[in-house]
Design a protein around this ligand. Structure first.
Ligand SMILES: Nc1ncnc2c1ncn2[C@@H]1O[C@H](COP(=O)(O)OP(=O)(O)OP(=O)(O)O)[C@@H](O)[C@H]1O
Ligand SMILES: [Mg+2]
Length: 236
């Protein structure tokens, strides 16, 4: 079964067509890397997966269920956890308050304490800093908090949009360590990155997007040369 599948999805911002008949699938438990140059439409794919942008054509399937046009909460409840671009934390709230707010919203109040305990077991760094304001965490720690916030309920798939962007190498290691741990637990991953090395070593499959269309879908090894081609870089 596919955790998530886009079937010939088009999407637009007003008159601007950002995605043109994009098809891609992430099987349960698999890791798919989605790469492509600036403006290719990667984040638009992430927004379609989260229900933040409705397809103008095509279908969004979650675990085989047609959720095209469904609101974000329904898609989240079907098991899609989306980490948006950027840091995605409330800077003036503590780590614990960020988690409580997010889990309360997605899981309901009763499930919050247990979800927080699971989060602290998974991210000891957040447990140590639970009373610290999120805005005082390092960039990498804030990214991990934004990931932790969407993991309350053992999701079927995590969609992560440029989680490692702008982080120091050690922080990138931490982020990829968490993604690898999720993969080991059987969670499917759609990992969106501009930096390809890390994602392509974790991925089972890679999709290259360019100007709103899929130009490659296959083994990760083939994605680098394809990406270089769309970037206009000569390959050796
Ligand atoms: N809210 C919006 N309104 C209008 N156009 C948008 C909006 N968001 C994105 N676009 C346009 O849609 C296209 C795809 O954008 P998208 O953010 O999906 O690309 P991306 O691959 O994530 O790029 P980046 O690598 O810069 O994050 C771009 O041309 C962008 O300018
Ligand atoms: Mg983007």
């Amino acid at each position: 079964m596919n955790a998530i599948e886009l079937c010939s999805v088009s999407a637009a911002y007003g008159p601007y067509r950002a995605l043109d008949a994009v098809s891609l699938a992430v099987p349960d438990g698999a890791v798919v890397g989605l790469v492509g140059p600036n403006g290719a439409g990667k984040s638009t794919v992430a927004r379609v997966c989260a229900g933040l942008v409705a397809p103008s054509a095509g279908q969004l399937l979650v675990g085989g269920e047609d959720l095209t046009g469904a609101p974000p909460w329904r898609i989240a409840r079907a098991g899609v956890a989306s980490v948006p671009e950027g840091r995605g934390v409330f800077a003036r709230m503590t780590v614990a308050e960020n988690l409580e707010l997010s889990f309360g919203r997605w899981l309901g109040r009763g499930a919050v304490p247990e979800a927080i305990e699971r989060t602290y077991a998974r991210f000891p760094m957040l447990a140590e800093r639970r009373r610290q304001r999120a805005g005082t965490l390092s960039g990498g720690q804030q990214r991990l908090l934004s990931l932790a916030k969407v993991l309350g309920d053992a999701p079927r798939i995590v969609v992560a949009d440029e989680l490692s962007l702008g982080l120091a190498p050690a922080a990138v290691d931490d982020v990829y360590g968490q993604l690898a741990a999720l993969h080991d637990e059987g969670t499917a991953l759609l990992v969106i990155e501009q930096q390809t090395d890390r994602v392509l070593s974790l991925a089972d499959r890679a999709v290259v997007l360019d100007r709103g269309t899929v130009v490659y879908d296959g083994a990760p090894e083939g994605a680098g040369p394809q990406l270089a081609r769309v970037l206009g870089v000569a390959t050796g």
